[in-house]
Design a protein around this ligand. Structure first.
Ligand SMILES: *[C@@H]1O[C@H](CO)[C@@H](O)[C@H](O)[C@H]1NC(C)=O
Ligand SMILES: *[C@@H]1O[C@H](CO)[C@@H](O)[C@H](O)[C@H]1NC(C)=O
Ligand SMILES: *[C@@H]1O[C@H](CO)[C@@H](O)[C@H](O)[C@H]1NC(C)=O
Ligand SMILES: *[C@@H]1O[C@H](CO)[C@@H](O)[C@H](O)[C@H]1NC(C)=O
Ligand SMILES: *[C@@H]1O[C@H](CO)[C@@H](O)[C@H](O)[C@H]1NC(C)=O
Ligand SMILES: *[C@@H]1O[C@H](CO)[C@@H](O)[C@H](O)[C@H]1NC(C)=O
Ligand SMILES: *[C@@H]1O[C@H](CO)[C@@H](O)[C@H](O)[C@H]1NC(C)=O
Ligand SMILES: *[C@@H]1O[C@H](CO)[C@@H](O)[C@H](O)[C@H]1NC(C)=O
Length: 609
């Protein structure tokens, strides 16, 4: 069942229940139960006094109304196109029913919590409690254990089952961390394209050839410097995507943001080295740093993150001088479980979302190069995080996510270990979509390489496929069913859900990006490079919109799959193998490897203004 159906069901059952809220505490019934996920073993009890931050999600009975607003204001053929909602309008649409708020409050007060121990999100749709594990065990009638991921040694404090008083089942959608066994990854290939610092003895002439393109006007218009076939620079991307010479303005009503997780720090010295080499006019400019949950901003050069460096250097390099923001969000599973570490977290996306949804001003374009296997994020939690992305879209924000670096596979770098088993103990083989890439309210970016012709990346494989959690949204129905109708009958039957939300939506270069890290230049790749690249061009498109007094593009997909298609370069070659299969093929039109293709900024600009 997909998101639309599920939300409808919740709403319907809610209406019948809202009439009678039992005042006394009813018996506990199991709310959620999972089989121990593959690869994790129970390895003991958490240390005494260990604390945990519980997130209790209350139903959002009017989410379907928010969703219909989102689709109308994002559809370029609709009269409401661009009429984005305010923070208050969005909060009103996701606010829980008062009976749910009362029922949860009554439960927590009767369990002995004081009002000031209970934190809430701005719309009161989440309740947050930081409490000892033993207390969480009491109120959820569960037992937490330390679980260890045998392959990596990562540990989590989790349970495989929790319960709630029966009368609360319709007033609480989910409680986490309980059953979530995700391991958030940077979407960068760990095998094929690690950061390779340049050999110090390397011939300097090669660099000279590469960077002379910055000001080289001798190239015939439309042709691309051949060096871009081996090294990607900002200049290459501007040439390839038809934006050379476009001048954006530094206007406070335009903006672009980059998310940072997993202790990835964006180093300013590396950024200046990069600018000095690839974007001299941006030299001395910086970005706005925002800490979430006490995320750090280490400027110690030896702690400079490759991912963070790649993301800020290219996103801000392409979109300069559009004002940039970098968020450093702390907290992640897997978490240390030893004494001294006193918290065990969820996937950090919701913490980041809480912070943004609580802000009046949000950057107009945001790129994220991190993800999880969809199946390791409990469905109820994935639906809620995805619903949070819809709220940002309704406020006019374009969200870009990397599609993953393992084709249809599981991201395991060693092909011998790439088992593609389902996580539910049944050991079925199944393709492995990524989350948040699979969320229908975000724009997912796959990877390409080479110029003339630009093809799907082959040094790692562009993540793509079909969600097992989210049904296919209407905006991509025609494009995806056309693709499916061309597949050999019965191909990959049982390995993916033909009705699922298909991704990626678009693509951009993803390999051989020349960045600066820890004071040295080198090359790096992954759909981690593709997402900030695409985001940079969206920021330039917003610049063109704002200059003509039009609202920003907001949620992109309804536009991209309709009017925007004419401004995309269709990619015609490549595939995305994984799970011991050749994966899907790139075709004319949309495909689950490179989506609708890569951006032609010049053409897209003509379409959006
Ligand atoms: C780029 O490299 C690819 C693969 O090596 C090759 O097929 C293609 O002809 C090259 N393109 C240019 C313009 O050199
Ligand atoms: C950057 O700052 C340096 C030192 O203050 C200055 O010499 C240089 O002209 C500046 N560059 C730009 C592009 O502003
Ligand atoms: C910088 O970071 C490295 C690695 O974490 C550490 O060893 C070093 O002490 C740090 N330097 C300073 C000045 O903090
Ligand atoms: C934009 O302008 C502001 C105010 O003049 C300045 O502080 C900021 O550094 C500029 N940003 C960029 C990216 O040039
Ligand atoms: C699934 O695979 C694991 C490890 O290979 C094995 O221990 C388990 O018994 C299998 N379960 C089923 C239901 O086949
Ligand atoms: C953006 O700012 C510019 C200049 O500050 C202004 O002319 C324009 O009207 C603004 N656009 C919007 C949509 O607010
Ligand atoms: C991909 O193309 C190859 C060669 O044309 C073909 O044999 C294969 O069936 C295609 N696979 C899919 C998933 O379309
Ligand atoms: C680049 O964009 C311009 C419009 O700005 C368009 O006329 C031209 O065809 C585009 N060039 C290519 C190679 O797509």
């Amino acid at each position: 069942m997909g998101v639309l159906n599920l939300k409808f069901t919740l709403f319907a059952s809610f209406l019948t229940l809202a009439v009678a809220v039992p005042q006394s505490i009813s018996p506990y019934l199991v709310k959620e139960e999972i089989l121990p996920p593959r690869g994790w073993v129970k390895s003991g009890k958490p240390a005494l006094g260990h604390t945990i931050t519980l997130r209790i999600g209350l139903p959002q009975p009017n989410f379907h109304v928010l969703e219909s607003h989102l689709y109308e204001i994002s559809d370029p053929d609709h009269e409401r196109y661009g009429n984005h909602l305010t923070k208050e309008e969005v909060e009103d649409l996701v606010r829980p029913h008062p009976d749910s708020l009362d029922a949860v409050n009554e439960w927590l007060y009767s369990a002995g919590f004081a009002a000031e121990e209970i934190n809430r999100s701005p719309a009161h749709d989440w309740v947050l409690l930081t409490i000892p594990v033993s207390k969480a065990e009491d109120i959820l009638d569960t037992t937490y254990h330390v679980w260890t991921h045998t392959a990596s040694g990562d540990s989590l404090i989790r349970s495989t089952r929790y319960s709630l008083p029966r009368h609360l089942h319709d007033h609480v959608e989910l409680v986490q961390p309980t059953t979530m066994f995700g391991r958030t990854k940077r979407e960068r290939s760990h095998i094929f394209a690690p950061f390779k610092a340049e050999d110090e003895d390397e011939d300097e002439d090669e660099d000279a050839a590469i960077f002379s393109t910055q000001t080289d006007t001798s190239l015939a218009s439309g042709s691309i410097d051949p060096s871009c076939n081996t090294t990607i620079t900002v200049s290459c991307l501007l040439q390839l995507y038809n934006a050379t010479g476009y001048e954006a303005l530094n206007k406070s009503n335009n903006s672009i943001g980059i998310t940072g997780y997993l202790e990835e720090y964006a180093n300013l010295q590396d950024l200046q080295s990069f600018y000095s080499e690839q974007r001299p006019d941006a030299l001395n400019s910086s970005f706005n740093f925002v800490s979430i949950k006490d995320g750090l901003n280490s400027q110690n050069l030896s702690e400079a993150g490759e991912e963070a460096g790649l993301d800020v250097q290219f996103a801000f390099g392409i979109s300069f001088p559009v004002p940039g923001t970098f968020w450093s969000t702390a907290g992640r599973p897997p978490f240390q479980t030893e004494e001294g570490y006193d918290e065990n977290s969820n996937e950090p996306y919701q913490d980041w979302l809480d912070s943004l949804l609580g802000s009046k001003e949000i950057p107009l374009v945001i790129s994220t190069s991190y993800g999880d296997d969809e199946q390791t994020v409990p469905k109820s939690y994935a639906l809620r995080v995805c619903a949070g992305f819809a709220q940002l879209g309704a406020r006019g924000v374009s969200l870009l996510f990397s599609s993953g670096d393992a084709g249809v596979g599981d991201g395991e770098s060693d092909p011998a270990k790439q088992t593609c088993f389902t996580n539910d103990g049944t050991n079925q083989t199944r393709f492995r979509p990524a989350f948040p890439a699979s969320c229908p309210y975000v724009t997912t970016v796959g990877g390409t390489e080479n110029v003339n012709p630009e093809v799907a990346v082959s040094s790692f494989f562009s993540g793509g496929g079909f969600s097992d959690y989210f049904v296919r949204p209407a905006y991509q129905e025609a494009a995806v069913s056309t693709y499916l109708s061309k597949l050999p009958r019965g191909l990959y039957q049982g390995l993916y859900d033909q009705e699922g939300r298909a991704f990626p939506d678009v693509a951009a270069q993803g390999d051989r990006f020349r960045i600066w890290n820890k004071g040295r230049a080198g090359k790096i790749g992954g759909t981690s490079a593709s997402s900030p690249t695409f985001a940079g061009f969206v920021a330039l498109l917003n610049d063109a919109r704002l200059k003509t007094n039009q609202p920003p593009l907001g949620f992109l997909n309804p536009f991209l799959y309709s009017k925007g298609r004419a401004g995309m370069n269709d990619i015609l070659d490549g595939s995305n193998p994984g799970c011991g299969t050749p994966g899907f093929n790139v075709t004319t039109g949309w495909d689950p490897v490179t989506g609708l293709g890569t951006p032609d900024f010049g053409k897209l600009k003509e379409i959006v203004i």
